[in-house]
Design a protein around this ligand. Sequence first.
Ligand code: 6PG
Length: 232
Amino acid sequence: MIHLSVHAGPEATADAAADLIANHVVLAQSARGVAHISLAGGTTPRRAYELLAARLADRERIAWWFGDERCVPPDDPESNYRLVSESLIAGGISPARVHRIRGEDPPAPAAGAYASELARNVPTDAGGVPVLDVALLGLGEDGHTASLFPGDPALDITDVWAVHVVAVKPPPNRITLTLPVLRAARDVIILATGDGKRDAVMRVLAGPDPATPASLLADANVTLVMDEAAAP
Ligand code: 6PG
């Protein structure tokens, strides 16, 4: 099921996303003690993270994960960890609560280590899949999400939770959560702003298609948080 949440512009969209995540955190904490949230990279989520940091009541009972990471050091301008460091952590989130993907390490072992860390710390479903409370994701103009790109063999993975991919979007080497983990999340929030994303949004709403990886999440509990420019 895909719910649509449309807002006037990027600031209102970031505000709505921050509120939605903060609300899901409270529900997860009351139900299970700790909230497990995976974060999106790219440029869109920065403002939402800045706003979110100030809206979290119980910051210690949150574990922050990453939907994907570029294979670069954590202080690299392309690092998704650096984005989180400059927004959520700068806003008061403890770095100790942030499970960083080690982008500076060789990709395949780093992906394996992250998958193991996820499985050790996040409650799993009957199939052994880690169940995040919220998977926050962005949307590429080609319909990619996390670092799951159209036509990538990673889209067919069913039994590994994080993998190394070589992407068309620079930087090429990335580590990404796989579809089983993203699909198992209790709530998926896809954040999209700008008219450049409208076509991808349309394709997500058109139904599951490997040519639009984000559309393969359609059977999860998805909220598409977007501005009017990105809305169909
Ligand atoms: C990444 C992201 C990626 C991103 C989309 C949208 O590491 O690149 O996880 O999936 O969310 O490409 O990026 P923008 O927010 O910059 O448009």
